[in-house]
Design a protein around this ligand. Sequence first.
Ligand code: NAD
Length: 387
Amino acid sequence: MDLQRVYIQNNPGKLVFGPRSVNQLADEIPADAVPLVITDRGISQSGILKRVTGVLDGAGIRHHIFHGIEPDPPIGAIEKAAAVYRKNRCTMVIGVGGGSSIDGAKSVSLMVSHRGDISEYSRGKAVPGPVAPIYAIPTTAGTGSEVTGVSVITDPVKKVKMVLRGAPHLIPKCAFLDPELLVSLPPRVAAETGGDALTHAVESYVSQNSTVVTEGLALSAITLIGRYLRRFVGNPADMEAAEHMQLGCYLAGFAFSNAGVGLVHSMAHPVGAHYHLSHGAACSLYLPVVMEYNILTCPEKYASIAAALGEDVSGMTTRCAAKMSVKAVRDLFTDVGLALTFRELGVKFKLLPRMVAEAMAAVPTQANPRRPSDAEVSNLFNTPMVK
Ligand code: NAD
């Protein structure tokens, strides 16, 4: 933390958490509101959507539903949802689902509130003012979108993921963390989203923009995810594990939405967009690779990460303890079935020069503790191919 610098911290909206906390949704919504519930088909088929709309029906809150969100939401789906919002004169959005649905809700809120092409917000344009109220009900323990001012959508034609940075306006007004909504999560999705959350926590902890506040949040997140991810993937119906994973992901989201992320994210976005890998799978592939590369610049922080992940680092030199953090992450990811190589993912990877350029130009690269060269980034991209 640079004591000569002025920092701004964006804080989250209201948080309601615990088993059956979603039952309190109607208490948090103005009686005359007309919400558009934004979700995907998986959530509507799983029965989760019914659980949420049942609460709205019970309170007599008129609402509409858009369940056409797809993973890494393409801009076309956002436009369709915005048309439903306008046609029905909705007044707020409720994102129900993983990061894709919550980000979809945020982008719809932005689109219906301000004129212009929303992709401009991914090129540095500031969100000019308040947007339609955003409520978030996450059903994965991963992205932390329920607490961040960011929405990630995709331009499928250009094959790019667009990160719309809109804090404080895009930060949800209210989030509900109900562990009962995670029971139906497939173990693969539980593992990949957990890998995403651990990446947020580690990258924000070592970020050049971290503060004592974000470091505390990030280290707590690392501790919780390290302690509960195995149990959660083994059994998403384990309420203690699910609730602690939700809180760990929330803390990681709170941390990274202020401190930023790093090179893992700069590389995961182009790999995800070109090879159709989920965001969590792409982050998990590169987290240990980039940790190993970054250790040089802040070994003390990596030693703390090792300890937070439960490694016994007493009596070790800082350098040895720091290296234990990489081993701890690899062990954790192997235990929960996350791929550490392209071969395990079944992907024939070929590095495209534009991926290096995209990673070098990405905003998170500026916050990474080690400044990479083009050649180093190429090398890091290829590492999961040779390991
Ligand atoms: P997701 O929202 O894409 O969902 C993945 C799949 O899991 C979907 O098919 C969904 O239907 C299913 N699913 C989700 N919850 C379920 C449940 N409880 N039971 C059964 N099925 C369930 O996955 P995600 O990883 O949560 O979100 C990924 C997106 O979030 C990416 O686009 C990523 O870039 C973005 N993201 C956003 C932020 C942010 O701050 N806004 C941060 C990180 C990632």
